[in-house]
Design a protein around this ligand. Structure first.
Ligand code: FES
Length: 569
């Protein structure tokens, strides 16, 4: 089979000379250009992305495997996205990075790619971009950090930040202890070791079959993470020879498996948006309602923060994702193909659990309802999501008086005002934090509770917004309200004192206002101005779709393959 890369390296003419000769300035001998598979290693390494700083080492191990299998590895960077530093939110740039990935693959002499991702948005961005090329690909996740250790106990990145900061505000933790915890939480290479978005997406990678078995949970600094990278390097060369492209792996069955796995691990609500976007790139018809229908009734088995108490290191030692998938039995399409050429059923056959407190039995799950609830009602005609395993059971059926914050700045300015008219029966509403409104849909939906309520020992209230929340966060929080406020959704019309009803069992989120009053409010509503008149912000604002469509840019849906474009000289 003549490979794509031969169009660059295979000719004896002037263009072939140019393509080979400049590569030889890196000391590459002639035989590397003999028609062997050229494997791109798409790297999101950056010192600005703390979760991905060990990726040059992972890439070196991939190269060993590629060379061993007779391939030619070439590592290339794409824009990275670190969740903790980027403003206004890393999510604003997910689609931009996906374009970087897609065009970097298409423009270069690559026959297959290894995708190195870790911090939250890097995983979907790389999968989206590569899916639009439909090229043979394996994703390797960077792996979670070791457990945080603080004052003799384990602490989880993200989850315990939210918990500690609430305890400081409630007067239960000293500022001195709080600052000490800062050095104890994130103490090795790797991404957040809670079941946050990064760990959820690493599990999704394994469940989709686009990563190798055990990809989800091996700690970043465990030697087995590097061995996995080595094997992936070998395998991608074989995949090129087999023409095993992403579309043969990322089928409808694979997405259904991933949805059920997200339920079983108590995964992040962010997975909803990302999987919708990835599916649309590869041509699989996946909808928001699929999340509810396919995921409903899947029990949460994995006892990890934020839904439970353990961390990813414990999860790996307890058997990791293969043990969970094996336990899910008939809930998984076992004949779905994976990148190692075997089905997911074959991959997990015989997988065992070594700690039943970390990975629960299906008969005695952590919670009976592990999936993502998709809510409907006049407040969210196109849907909103809520994670039952991270919510307070008593609040999942609740009606209360709305306390409205027009923006996150408005929220910060007033939430701790002793005169704020609010009690624990109220429903906190945050507007203008959706894809267009912020822009980028930040993780602010789990609004901290007012200090005067925290001080009374109350730890949860119903909260509603068009924002996302960190996968490490928890609470009875309805997120991703669609259409968002800035796009003229009913959320924009909610006022202080309105009655809002949440009923998770019946999947309802309703604003109890009559239609005439809604029309009256709508007639005086004005859309907020665009965030910028130029650059990527403008492109994003004009083309981003709503959360229920995956918040991708409308013109990026689908793919263009890897057709070879015109010569450059
Ligand atoms: Fe990178 Fe949590 S901050 S995964």
């Amino acid at each position: 089979m003549k490979l794509r890369s031969s169009k660059w390296f295979g000719s004896k003419d002037r263009d072939g000379f140019i393509h080979r000769s400049w590569m030889k300035n890196q000391g590459r001998p002639d035989h590397l250009f003999d028609g062997r598979p050229v494997i791109g290693i798409c790297n999101t390494w950056s010192e600005l992305t703390p979760c991905n700083t060990h990726f040059r080492t992972i890439a070196d191990h991939v190269k060993r495997g590629v060379y061993e299998a007779g391939g030619f590895p070439l590592e290339f960077p794409v824009m990275s996205m670190g969740e903790t530093l980027m403003r206004p939110t890393a999510m604003l740039f997910r689609n931009l990075v996906s374009m970087d990935v897609e065009e970097s693959i298409r423009a270069n002499p690559l026959d297959g790619v290894i995708l190195l991702a870790g911090c939250d948005k890097t995983t979907p961005a790389l999968l989206m971009g590569a899916a639009s090329c439909d090229i043979p690909a394996i994703m390797i996740s960077g792996g979670p950090m070791l457990n945080g250790k603080f004052q003799g106990r384990d602490i989880g990145s993200g989850t315990d930040v939210w918990r500690f900061s609430e305890e400081v505000r409630a007067g239960l933790m000293s500022e001195c202890d709080f600052l000490e915890a800062e050095s104890c939480m994130n103490r090795s290479a790797g991404h957040c070791m809670t079941m946050g978005t990064a760990s959820t997406m690493a599990s999704v990678v394994e469940a989709l079959g686009i990563g190798l078995p055990t990809n989800a949970a091996i700690p970043a600094v465990d030697a087995r993470r590097y061995a996995l990278a080595h094997v992936a390097g070998q395998r991608i060369v074989e995949m090129v020879h087999e023409d095993l492209r992403m579309s043969k792996i990322l089928t409808r069955k694979a997405f259904e498996n991933a949805i059920r796995v997200v339920g079983a691990i108590g995964g992040s609500t962010n997975a909803v948006i990302h999987l919708l976007a990835i599916a649309a790139r590869i041509g699989v018809d996946l909808t928001l309602d699929d999340w509810d229908q396919i995921g409903r009734g899947v029990p949460c088995l994995v006892n990890l923060m934020p839904s439970g108490k353990y961390l990813m290191e414990d999860f790996y030692y307890a058997g990791g994702l293969p043990a969970v998938i094996e336990d899910l039995g008939e809930l998984i399409h076992r004949d779905a193909l994976t990148v190692n050429g075997k089905t997911i059923g074959e991959n997990v056959a015989g997988a065992r659990c070594y700690n039943r407190d970390v990975i629960k039995h299906r008969e005695e799950p952590l919670t009976r309802e592990g999936g993502i609830a998709v809510l409907r009602g006049n407040l969210c005609p196109n849907g909103a999501v809520l994670k039952p395993s991270a919510a307070t059971p008593e609040l999942m059926k609740h009606q209360g008086r709305a306390v409205v914050f027009e923006t996150i700045e408005d929220f910060h300015a007033r939430v701790d005002d002793p005169n704020l008219d609010i009690d624990e029966s109220c429903v906190m509403v945050l507007k203008n934090c959706g894809p267009r409104g912020y822009p980028g849909m930040p993780e602010v939906g789990n609004m901290p509770l007012p200090q005067k309520i925290l001080k009374r020992g109350i730890t949860d209230m119903v909260r509603i917004s068009d924002a996302r929340m960190s996968g490490t966060a928890y609470g009875t929080v309805a997120l991703h309200v669609s259409p968002e406020a800035a796009a003229g959704g009913v959320l924009a019309l909610v006022q202080d004192g309105d009655q809002i009803e949440l009923n998770v069992e019946e999947r309802r989120l309703q604003l109890h206002i009559d239609d005439a009053e809604l029309s009256r409010r709508r007639s005086s509503w004005q859309a907020p101005p665009p965030p910028s008149e130029r650059g990527y912000y403008k492109l994003y604002y004009e083309h981003v779709m709503q959360a229920d469509r995956g918040a991708d840019l409308d013109f990026l849906v689908g793919g263009s393959g890897v057709e070879i474009t015109r010569e450059s000289h």
